[in-house]
Design a protein around this ligand. Structure first.
Ligand SMILES: CC(C)(COP(=O)(O)OP(=O)(O)OC[C@H]1O[C@@H](n2cnc3c(N)ncnc32)[C@H](O)[C@@H]1OP(=O)(O)O)[C@@H](O)C(=O)NCCC(=O)NCCS
Length: 425
């Protein structure tokens, strides 16, 4: 038997304008739509129905499309990429393997992986004009904005940029995967008055990044922890930046435009920018003794605590739990336990005050700090990984394209005449 559920069938604006179907048994409720107060009439329906899907279209709880790339099972705190659980991936795979999985659809065998790494290594260089552009951009601009400009410029040097086939998009995806670390590290180096570094073809994705940034390959622990962070950041359904990329390419614009839209979207602190913001918060708090009070005062000011809460995971973000194991390992190896104490206190306060769990950005911000990576690089490093998920979605969108163009419900003034200028108040 189908359980009876509340089903909103009529929405009334404050102006009494009605825009939905007739009701059977009604119940009125105030509802805030943006800044406008509207009245909702609801009825009991025998069809299973999620009220919030109508009431908050496109913002939450709304399925915007189909995908075969990743599955978020928020009820069970599970995340899988193309059927592989992230626990299994972080335990057994290099990020190069996961990048291959996302771009090509399945994990590579040894010869496929060797060929992929060879191609990636061969494409790490970027046109000298892109490096010259980075030299001219304001050094104080955010690294995300500098990298966004460089990726937009990179497109112009790709003769395949207007070819819209899945095969070309896969080739571009591999090149972007190879080139983004070069752009990101050199954007940072140039902004610090350092000379650009030359990538190495013989290293894997993670080791090459550290080589360019520091001149050294990472230690075993840092290499493992960084690898896990890259796997955890790679893909996450229709998150905001991926959705932005899909919207852009659904107009049959090109893959680079999709990626540039995604970069701009990732930058925001409610999305990728949260890893930098959460580390800045830890630095501002400074010591475990201040942590509880700091959080309470911030919440009293209605401030959002970065790195906490998630649109989908309401029982905790499994990626955060995995990343925290590596924070603990790094903290122990460095003898910097105060960071962990501080993080634990903030987690406890957030749970008590708001019932919110940390999301992936909270431990990963600290993880990168413990690796001595400069904070302005945290969100670009997220991008260095998410490029694989973005490109997988762009290819999936292209292969079964329909223009993504949602509708909106108008809640502004009713129709009115244009008054001559002289008569307007
Ligand atoms: C990610 C995020 C946007 C998801 O939001 P959401 O689940 O859709 O929830 P909403 O933004 O609608 O907020 C719902 C309530 O929870 C509160 N809330 C959510 N996240 C919060 C946070 N990090 N700190 C304090 N309060 C928070 C909101 O203030 C709101 O409270 P209210 O109903 O009293 O106004 C939100 O949790 C957030 O802003 N987190 C901080 C940024 C962040 O870490 N982003 C990375 C996400 S992976």
């Amino acid at each position: 038997m189908v359980q009876k559920q509340l089903r909103p069938v009529a929405l009334y604006l404050a102006s009494s304008q009605r825009f939905s179907a007739p009701t059977r048994r009604r119940k009125e409720k105030d509802f805030l739509f943006g800044k406008k107060k509207i009245f909702i009439k609801q009825e009991f329906s025998e069809e299973p129905f999620h009220a919030k899907r109508i009431l908050q279209p496109w913002t939450r709880g709304h399925v915007a499309g189909l995908t075969a790339i990743s599955k978020i099972d928020a009820e069970r705190n599970r995340l899988s990429y193309r059927g592989y659980d992230i626990h299994d991936l972080v335990d057994h795979c290099s990020f190069d393997e996961v990048a291959y999985l996302l771009i090509y659809g399945d994990l590579p065998n040894q010869s496929q992986l060797d060929a992929f790494c060879k191609t990636v290594g061969a494409h790490r260089g970027v046109p000298s004009e892109v490096i010259s552009l980075l030299r001219t951009l304001p050094p104080a601009a955010s690294q995300m904005d500098r990298v966004k400009a460089a990726v937009a410029a990179l497109a112009l040097f790709d003769p395949q940029r207007e070819e819209r086939t899945a095969e070309t998009y896969r080739a571009v995806a591999v090149r972007l995967y190879a080139q983004l670390p070069t752009i990101i590290v050199n954007s940072y180096r140039l902004s610090q008055g350092q000379e650009p570094a030359t990538p190495r073809a013989d290293l894997n994705h993670n080791a090459n990044f550290f080589w360019m940034l520091t001149g050294h390959e990472p230690s075993d622990l840092i290499g493992r922890a960084f690898n896990v962070s890259q796997i955890l950041y790679a893909e996450h359904g229709y998150n905001a930046s991926t959705f932005a990329a899909r919207v852009t390419v659904s107009t049959l614009s090109d893959i680079y435009s999709g990626v540039v839209s995604a970069i701009g979207t990732l930058k925001g602190p409610l999305h990728g920018g949260a890893n930098e913001a959460s580390m800045q918060m830890l630095l501002e708090i400074g010591s475990p003794e201040r942590a509880a009070e700091w959080v309470r005062e911030a919440l009293a000011r209605k401030q959002r605590i970065m790195g906490f809460g998630h649109r989908e995971y309401k029982h905790g973000d499994e990626r955060a739990r995995i990343a925290k194991q590596y924070v603990i390992e790094l903290v122990n190896s460095k003898g910097a336990t105060h960071w962990l104490e501080m993080a634990d206190i903030i987690e406890r306060e957030m749970m008590q005050a708001k019932g919110l769990y940390p999301n992936v950005d909270f431990p990963i911000g600290l993880l990168y700090y413990l690796m001595d990576i400069p904070i302005p690089l945290y969100t670009p490093i997220f991008m260095m990984s998410r490029i694989t998920g973005w490109c997988a979605h762009i290819i999936e969108q292209l292969e079964n394209n329909r223009l993504i163009r949602p509708e909106s419900e108008y809640i502004g003034p009713s129709e009115r005449p244009v008054l001559p200028l002289s008569q307007r108040p």
